[in-house]
Write a new protein. Structure first.
Length: 291
């Protein structure tokens, strides 16, 4: 088959997807904004690296040339990605791209704001498509994203006792790989979760187990969380949207567990403890754990 364009190839799911496809002999064209990121994107993924920047429309056409399928990660940090994604998809159709697999979120329905609007574009504009709607990433607690929620050695959330079926990014990448390469297009949205729903207190307990030092969850209000996100560098409007999702979790919006990962990949999704063991060596922490 022709090359698969992987947007955000240095990112959490894109890097894993590029490796997944390469291991299966699928030609991959990793894309990222900066040449400095190309080595990370293409690690173990031979082939041409392409520069792609949502803010620069002139990068769209070269990235899409000769491509048969696209893994689409919409621009982050913007409340309305449609003005960026719609012309990209128009160019994809013009160049004969048949299949697009979009990374969305289980918290956003088709037609909703932001990623929900992109979902509708992908479904209505592309001949073949799939939309991935994963729950919250386990990697939010093993990578730089953890620092966004950390304050004085504690994890902040406005989720209360709400539970989330956190999912490993590798499982998302595996589903994306199948959706991009299966002979028959999936033409549907996939809600993806891990194997069990956990509260932030549960997550803190697992981190404590991994560190050997107490890690605490600190409940805060939505407004306080939004202010905290903004202080960490997020645009104020985007910080408010992100914090409001915690309030949805408090109400139980993400407690469901689906069997989609196993149905598509043939294996069960990874448990949180497994991900922590692989990605969080005991001697390393991004969290300033209190002694």
């Amino acid at each position: 088959m022709s090359e698969v364009l992987v947007l955000g190839a240095t990112g959490t799911t894109g890097s894993r997807l590029a490796a997944f496809l390469h291991e299966r002999g699928v030609p991959v064209r990793p894309a990222s904004r900066t040449p400095a990121g190309s080595d990370r994107a293409a690690s173990g993924t031979p082939g041409s690296y392409v520069r792609f920047d949502w803010a620069e429309r002139r990068t769209y056409a070269p990235a899409l040339r000769g491509i048969s399928a696209v893994y689409l990660v919409a621009p982050t940090g913007v409340t309305d990605p449609v003005p960026f994604v719609e012309p990209f998809l128009e160019e994809a159709v013009r160049q004969g791209v048949r299949r697009v697999v979009q990374l969305s979120s289980s918290a956003v329905p088709e037609g909703g704001p932001g990623l929900g609007a992109v979902h509708r574009l992908v479904r209505t504009m592309m001949p073949e498509w799939a939309v991935l709607q994963p729950s919250w990433f386990m990697q939010n607690f093993t990578g730089p994203s953890l620092e966004l929620r950390e304050r004085d050695g504690e994890i902040l959330s406005a989720t209360g006792d709400g539970r989330v079926a956190f999912i490993d990014a590798g499982d998302i990448a595996a589903v994306a790989g199948h959706a991009l390469t299966d002979e028959r297009s999936h033409d549907t949205a996939h809600v993806l979760t891990g194997p069990e729903a956990l509260s932030y207190d549960d997550v803190a307990a697992l981190l404590t187990e991994r560190h050997g030092r107490p890690v605490r969850h600190r409940p805060v209000s939505v407004d306080e969380l939004a202010a905290h996100f903004a202080a960490r560098g997020l645009p104020a409007e985007y910080a408010a949207v992100l914090a409001a999702l915690d309030d949805d979790l408090r109400g139980g919006s993400e407690e469901r567990v689906t069997g989609t990962v196993e149905r598509i990949t043939g294996r069960p999704p990874r448990a949180f403890r497994e991900t922590l063991a692989d990605e969080y060596p005991p001697a390393y922490t991004r969290l300033r754990v209190k002694k």
